[in-house]
Design a protein around this ligand. Structure first.
Ligand code: ADP
Ligand code: MG
Length: 330
């Protein structure tokens, strides 16, 4: 299969994806939901950045905003240095090829009458790739890549198991040879043994294709397996980013520590723990200052008043948004 013709990156040194101060809100009859509130992050070529945090902290909203499935209210999203925010739908279309998405339920929104072959050929067709015969070859190549037999093309998604359906979802996301795939809880609905198979497939695909993943998960064991770097989200903000090893060795934010403490430790069952107390505050009226202060065992006056910015801490590449973490101003 010849590679698809891809334009050279606009700015070769720019990170693959750079998000600056992104704001996403939902206007609802009950008020405005502050789902993503000033998030900045980068994804580098070929890496896996994992976003982790409790349900409702804005992970999916952030992922969907990158694909412009929802319009941000503010901030910037750049792909290889080129700004995506503000582009018209039409101008966005060719760029959209480079960023694809894998969902927890891959076929929730797709017509169940379609065959797998049709599902995989559709993105190629939409982007005007190849004559029919070439598209058929590409579909067969995609099935092989994700470990499905060639005759899967004639069958329908509902004839497959959950793990196989997720393989089909991944194949569809890869059809246009994206540079970044946003994976939103792609294994959360699967049995643990099947989860491992899908995670291994993603690792293999990344090694062979050089594709980067923004991998969203609420499950720390999954993140530990797949991530190169991790971003921890709380109530619409990033509170800590670090390489995986650094985060597991020395989590700095009290929220990150609480997340780790909430995971049962099989090796040290008697270990003292301080899991999270209290409920997540409402995203309609997030707390002032540090959003975690209402649940933080360490909070002082300043935390209620001033929102801490992400700042370097510890290892290179480790950043934390906490007034009280080591290295912060008194
Ligand atoms: P996560 O993926 O981390 O669980 P979400 O991005 O789904 O978080 O949600 C972030 C916040 O936005 C939550 O408070 C959620 O209730 C709210 N939210 C998500 N989708 C919508 C929507 N379509 N309309 C209104 N509020 C929404
Ligand atoms: Mg979600």
């Amino acid at each position: 299969m010849p590679p698809l013709p891809f334009p050279m990156p606009a700015t070769p040194d720019a990170p693959l994806l750079a998000i600056e101060d992104l704001v996403v809100r939902y206007d609802t009859p009950h008020g405005v939901v502050h789902a993503v509130d000033g998030v900045s992050l980068t994804v580098r070529r070929g890496e896996t950045l994992s976003l982790v945090g409790e349900s409702g902290c804005g992970k999916s909203t952030l992922g969907r905003a990158i694909l412009r499935l929802i319009e941000p209210a503010g901030g910037r999203i750049r792909l290889e240095g080129e700004e995506l925010t503000g582009l018209s739908r039409r101008a966005l279309c060719p760029k959209r090829r480079a960023v694809q998405m894998v969902f927890q339920d891959p076929f929730g929104s797709l017509d169940p009458r379609w065959t797998v072959g049709q599902l995989l050929a559709e993105p190629l067709h939409v982007h005007g790739i190849g004559p029919r015969a070439e598209r058929r070859d590409r579909v067969l190549g995609l099935l092989e890549r994700v470990g499905l037999p060639a005759d899967a093309a004639q069958r329908h998604p509902h004839e497959f198991s959950g793990g196989q359906r997720q393989r089909i979802g991944i194949a569809r996301a890869l059809a246009l040879e994206p540079k970044l795939v946003v994976c939103d809880e792609p294994v959360s609905a699967l049995d643990v043994s099947v989860q491992a198979q899908i995670l291994n497939l993603l690792v293999d695909l990344q090694r062979d294709l050089g594709v980067a993943f923004l991998f969203i998960s609420h499950d720390l064991s999954v993140v530990e397996y797949i991530a190169d770097r991790v971003g921890v989200m709380y109530l619409g903000r990033i509170v800590e980013t670090a390489p995986r090893e650094a985060l597991w060795r020395a989590p700095l934010h009290p929220y990150t520590r609480a997340l780790f403490d909430a995971v049962p430790d099989i090796e040290r069952p008697g270990r003292a723990r301080a899991p999270l107390s209290g409920d997540v505050p409402s995203a309609y009226a997030p707390p002032s200052g540090c959003r975690f202060h209402t649940r933080c065992p360490l909070a002082v006056d300043r935390c209620r008043r001033d929102a801490p910015a992400l700042r370097p801490a510890g290892d290179p590449d480790h950043h934390v948004a906490c007034h009280l973490a080591p290295g912060g101003a008194p």
